[in-house]
Design a protein around this ligand. Structure first.
Ligand code: PLP
Length: 357
C-alpha cells in the first residue's frame, strides 16, 4: 500500500522522525515549549543562513504566503510567476483584496533580473515575490542575479517562496537580502505536512505595523510578537508534534549529514535524473541553467500515458508525479528531495528503464 515517494511533497519521512511525532505533549505556554521553539529557531537560522527572526506557522506553506502578501503590502505587490506556484501568490493577493500585478513567463523559463528591474523601476510597488524553485516546471530561479538588481530598490520588500528548495539547496537569506523567506515541512525538510516556517526582517515587521487588514491567523506582526515577547511562543496552539520532529530533523541535517553534504546530495541526484532523461530521449522542461536540484519536470516527448506508467510503478512500490495542471499528461515529474538516497533513486530509474522503451 505504501509506496516510495518520488513526488515533490509530501516526502517519505524517516522512522526516527515519525517516532519523535509520538512524544508526549507539553503545554504551549510552558518554559519547555519556549526552549524547544528557541532551539528550532536557532537551527533554522543556520539552515536559512540568516540572523533574521524565524516564525513558525501551523499550516502548510500557503498560509505563510497568504500572510506575507497581506502583511507587507500597503501599496501594490508585483508577482513574478514562472508557473503554478507563482500564480498562487497572485491568487492569494487577489483573494485578500491586496492590489497586485502578475508578470508571468512561458512555463519552463525563469524570472529574469532585467524584468524585475523594469517593474521595480516604476516605483509602483512596495512588495515583489519570487518563486525560488517552481515545483510545476522544475525551474530554479537565480536568486543571486535577482538580488543584485534588488540592491537598487532596498525599500521594496522581497518575498521568496522557497517551499520546495529550502533544506535541499543553499539559500543564503542574509547575503541575498531576502525580507521574507518561506518553506514548508513536507518538502526538502523531510517531515510530514502541517507546519511552515519563515524568516522575516525587523524592517519588514516595522513596515507591516502600519499595514491595515493584515488578517489574524497569518498576521506576521502577531507571529513575530510572540517570538520576541513571550518569548519563543506561538499565538495559538502550535502543532507540537511538528516541533518535536523539526528539532530532531534539524539536529540530523546540521550535525549528522551536514549542510554541504545535503546540498551536494541533492545536486548529484538532480544531475542523475537529468542525464537519465536525456539519455532516454526525453527533454527537460526547464531552460538550461535554471534546472532544479530538487525536482525534475520531464517533457513527455514519447507520448506515454503517465497515468499508466505510474500504475505500473505503483505495483512495484514506487510513485512519481504527473505534470501539474495543464501539464498533467504533457510532462511527468521526479522529485529528488529530502532524505532520499542516491541508491533509492537509482532503483527507481532501473524500474523506469524496464517500463519505458
Ligand atoms: C508545495 C509548494 C507550495 C505550497 O506549499 P504547501 O505547503 O502545500 O501549502 C508553494 N510553493 C511551492 C514552490 C511548492 O512546491
Amino acid at each position: 500500500m505504501y509506496k516510495k515517494l518520488f513526488i515533490p511533497g509530501p516526502v517519505d519521512v524517516r522512522p526516527e522522525i515519525l517516532e519523535a511525532f509520538a512524544t508526549p505533549m507539553i503545554g504551549h505556554r510552558t518554559k519547555d515549549i519556549s526552549a524547544l521553539q528557541e532551539r528550532i529557531s536557532m537551527g533554522l537560522q543556520k539552515l536559512f543562513f540568516t540572523g533574521n527572526t524565524i516564525i513558525l506557522s501551523t499550516s502548510s506553506g500557503t498560509g505563510l504566503m497568504e500572510g506575507a502578501v497581506r502583511s507587507f503590502t500597503a501599496k501594490r505587490a508585483v508577482v513574478f510567476s514562472v508557473g503554478a506556484f507563482g500564480n498562487r501568490w497572485a491568487q492569494l493577493a487577489e483573494g485578500n483584496g491586496v492590489p497586485v500585478d502578475k508578470v508571468e513567463v512561458t512555463w519552463g523559463m525563469p524570472t529574469l533580473p532585467e524584468v524585475v528591474d523594469e517593474y521595480l523601476a516604476t516605483g509602483k510597488y512596495d512588495v515583489f515575490t519570487v518563486t525560488h524553485n517552481e515545483t510545476s516546471t522544475g525551474v530554479m530561479n537565480d536568486l543571486k542575479a535577482i538580488s543584485q538588481i534588488r540592491k537598487k530598490y532596498p525599500d521594496v520588500f522581497w518575498l521568496v517562496d522557497a517551499v520546495s528548495s529550502m533544506g535541499g539547496v543553499k539559500i543564503e537569506v542574509d547575503k541575498l537580502g531576502i525580507d521574507v523567506c518561506i518553506t514548508s515541512t513536507q518538502k526538502c525538510l523531510g517531515l510530514p505536512p502541517g507546519m511552515s516556517v519563515a524568516s522575516v526582517t525587523d524592517k519588514a515587521i516595522e513596515y507591516a505595523k502600519d499595514v491595515k487588514n493584515r488578517g489574524c491567523y497569518f498576521d506576521y506582526v502577531e507571529l513575530y510578537k510572540f517570538v520576541k515577547e513571550k518569548p519563543y511562543q506561538y499565538p495559538s496552539t502550535p502543532s507540537i508534534p511538528h516541533m518535536y520532529g523539526l528539532d530532531k530533523q534539524l539536529d540530523y541535517i546540521l550535525n549528522q549529514e551536514g549542510l554541504e553534504n545535503r546540498f551536494a546530495r541533492h545536486a548529484a541526484m538532480a544531475e542523475t535524473v537529468r542525464q537519465w532523461a536525456i539519455k532516454k530521449g526525453f527533454e527537460i522542461l526547464a531552460a538550461e541553467g535554471y534546472r532544479s536540484n530538487t525536482v525534475t519536470t520531464i517533457k513527455n516527448t514519447k507520448g506515454l500515458s503517465v497515468a499508466d506508467l505510474n500504475k505500473k510503478l505503483g505495483q512495484q512500490g514506487y510513485s512519481i508525479s504527473n505534470g501539474y495542471g495543464s501539464l498533467k499528461e504533457k510532462t511527468f515529474r521526479i522529485a529528488h528531495m529530502a532524505d532520499r538516497k542516491p541508491e533509492e533513486l537509482q532503483a527507481l530509474l532501473d524500474i523506469l528503464n524496464k517500463e519505458i522503451e
